[in-house]
Structure formats: structure tokens, C-alpha cells
Design a protein around this ligand. Sequence first.
Ligand SMILES: [Mn+2]
Length: 328
Amino acid sequence: MKMTTIRNDRYQQDDVLSAIQSAGSVLLFGHVNPDGDTLGSVLALKLRLERMGKRVQAMVDGFVPGYLAFLPGAESVMNAEAVTEAFELAVAVDVASSDRLGKCEALFTAAEKTAVIDHHGTNVGYAHINMIDEHASATAILLYRLFAQMDLPMTQEEAICLYTALSTDTGNFIYDSTNAESFAMMGGLMEAGLPLAEYSRMLFRQKELLHVRLLAETLPSLRVTGNGRIAGLCLTLEQMQRAGANGGHAEGIVNYAIDLEGVGMAYFAREVEPGKVKVSLRALQPFAVDQVAAKFGGGGHKLAAGLTLVMPMEEVIRTVEAELEAVL
Ligand SMILES: [Mn+2]
């Protein structure tokens, strides 16, 4: 099903490499709402270019999320307003389209020479030079390919950045996008001294106290319907306030419903304002929830989608469960 050919017109690895090597100063860009792949890849490249004696600045529209604050160089990431000097080359990393640069877009497009390093299939190749491979499980894979062509051994800090990028974009190596190259790269990162146990714990095991408190508020609401195929969880604004938590602390709670044995579709309904409920939907193949979300003006993918309903919680539960049962 997957295409195995790389479109040469937008996979210019040698050109990207020589542009990077010949530039004396480089601006690196991540995407808005930065995630592990964009930040880890940007910071790995920044560390390497600095070792090569270049002037480098990493830019992103938005803040480094708390769970990625440990990344080497995270504190050096700047917002668009901060740059005044000129740079020879601008590189967008893991940025699927130029509008995903957010407030940094103008700064990127104004550069004399631009490059894109990315793994999104929808990327049209909006830079002068493009290195796009949608079969790569993370943009970090493309960085690793570039690094392999350079005459420098990988440092532990670079390995930590690239590991963070690859592991977060593959859901800790369980998504469909995970492939042999992901593990080949991990071999190289281990050889570079990656402290795997320490960093995997930090990224995938460690939880914030408020997240666990919120989970404790949420789990008693568990409902299983549709002959055991549908599971749901809900959380009221009052419970959120009682736990002293915010929306970020509710991240991942929907997984407790979809991970129940026998369940094929799940929802997590969270009241965000009085009478306004955000619903996260999940499905396992062969089920799909994107149409359910679209019916109520929401969106997303087949297996993960979301919508917002303005109605009391009891009505939300009734409505969502009826829709999911219709899918069964
Ligand atoms: Mn990515």
C-alpha cells in the first residue's frame, strides 16, 4: 500500500547538505505548538552546526512545552521578534507548510536561501531546496541521514535530541510509521551513549501529580456500552477545579478508555466552560471516528478525532454513545 519511491524533485539530500556546510550562519525553524520531533530535530542540528563553528539561532512561534524543557539547548530557542542580524541560510525542520511557521513565516521566506527538512506527505516543497521523505517515521531520521554524511562523531547531547524526536513521533516505537530504519537509527544513538532508560522514563513514564489527580477524578466515570465495544470517560469543570488542574493535565486520559480489552471505540468528554464539552474520540481498526466528529463540526483522523458540543454532560454522553453505536 505504501509507495516505496522517493520523489527526487523534493528529496535533495546532497543539496541540503552542501547548503548547510557552506553557510556561515543558519537560522533554524520549528513549527507552531512545537512537539518533540520539531524541537529535538532543530536542537540536534543546532548543536552540530555550532560544533562546525557556525552562528546558529533556533526559532519557533510558541513556547517549549514543559515536558521537553530538558532538551539540550531548549532555553536558547527564540521567538520571531528576537532576530535582528542577517543569516545566510534558513532551514525549516518538520514544518509541513510555510504557514505552520506561524509568526516566524515572514522571517523564513525573507531569507536569501531557504531549505526544508521534513517527513510530511502533504509538504509541497516550499523552500529553495527540499529534503522531504514521507516514509521517514520522524524528521529526526532525515537529520540522522545528514549527520551520517558528515565527518563528525555523534555526541551524547545530539543523540538525546534525536532520540526525543524519533521516540515521540513514533509513540515510543509503536505507531505504524515505525520501521527498520527507526531501529537502525536507535542503534547508532545507543553507540553515541544515549542514556535510554533515563530519557524514556522522563518522556513516557513520569507523570505530573496533577495529571494523576485528574485521572483519579475521571476513572470512576468509566462507562462501557455497545456490548463492550465502546468505552467512555467524562470530567466536569467542577472536578477539574477541585483537582487544581488545567486542560494540559487531561492529555492522554482518553487512552484509558480505548486501551480497555475488547473496546474498539472510545470517548473522553471534558467540560471546558459551563455547558461546553470537548470530546476526544479514539478508534481501533476497523472502526473509524472521523465521520462522527465531522458530523458535529469537529475534525481529525480515522483513529483520533475531536469535537465540541454545547449541551449538558448527560446529553453529551447520550449523543456520543448513540453515534458510536451507529458506527458499530
Ligand atoms: Mn514529525
